[in-house]
Design a protein. Structure first.
Length: 288
């Protein structure tokens, strides 16, 4: 039996309800109104939490990267885009208030120590370490100091890199997420068998952070032992933005949550038996 992690009033681990995270990330496109529509979408379909991304732009990106040409609705440079997609204090204050009002958890993937401190102002229920930051030892140490549950994605990583991250954050309050960091992920690179390998190696709750098209791999992940599933969501996959194509629209999210919530019933208890509902059929069809 693996460890169980508690996030707010929810237990995450084997034999617990799957903890479903709707990743809003930057799919709000800098609009608080869009962010609230996405929060409503996640709450309506029964997700447990929504997640955002937070960066201190001039720390995460170099001056040269920010100066690169990249036309967008925010301006002509990559910096214009990155700053345009970042919510500040007032936006997150409203997100915090709104999530509490409707009753859904929220937290963020923080890409630098300043962003951790910023998000901590709102006493979030957990912190997510994005795949891009799993080798950032100083960031991991800083997140560890919050004493909050840590969710860590493992895209672009080999086992040695995951081992080193776990040495820093520990396993007592950690969920490890199998992940492939391509958007969208090719079917042949989803590699769901890694989930059981991670469970064996670390003996802690293991989740799945998916970037595939559709919902079948995410449901299979739960069958294979994932105790949490994280998927990007969008109002419309044709919207402008780099993550939209690998995101679930409302109907896709509805079906995913429905199927995940039914998975434990589908699997049953493993005991072969004759159900009461079968007895009339047995009497009718059996000849000997």
């Amino acid at each position: 039996m693996t460890k169980v992690v508690k996030i707010a009033d929810k237990l995450i681990g084997d034999n617990q309800d799957c903890f479903i995270i709707a990743e809003i990330g930057i799919n709000h496109n800098g609009s608080l109104e869009t962010a609230k529509k996405l929060i409503n979408m996640a709450h309506f379909f029964g997700c447990d939490a929504v997640k955002f991304q937070k960066r201190t732009v001039d720390v995460v990106y170099t001056k040269e990267e920010l100066a690169m040409p990249r036309p967008s609705v925010f301006g002509d440079t990559n910096g214009d885009l990155k700053y345009g997609l970042e919510f500040g204090y007032e936006e997150y204050k409203e997100i915090d208030r709104y999530c509490k009002e409707i009753g859904i958890l929220w937290f963020a993937s923080c890409w630098d120590k300043g962003s951790v401190d910023f998000i901590e102002q709102f006493d979030v229920c957990a912190h997510k370490i994005p795949s891009a930051c799993i080798t950032d030892i100083e960031l991991l140490k800083h997140i560890k100091k919050t004493n909050k549950p840590i969710l860590i994605s493992t895209g672009m990583s080999i086992l040695d890199e995951i081992d080193k991250a776990i040495e820093i954050v520990g396993l007592d309050n950690t969920i490890i997420y199998h992940c492939t960091s391509t958007y969208p992920t090719d079917n042949k690179e989803i590699n769901l068998k890694v989930i059981s390998k991670l469970k064996e190696r670390y003996n802690c709750p293991v989740g799945y952070s998916g970037h595939e098209k559709g919902i079948v791999p995410s449901t299979i992940a739960v069958v294979l032992g994932a105790c949490s599933v994280e998927r990007h969501i969008t109002l419309d996959r044709t919207m402008w933005g780099s993550d939209q194509a690998a995101s679930l629209e409302p109907e896709g999210l509805r079906k995913l949550v429905r199927d995940i919530r039914n998975t434990h019933d589908f699997l049953g208890d493993g005991v072969k038996k004759v159900y009461d509902s079968e007895i009339p059929v047995k009497k009718k069809l059996r000849r000997v």
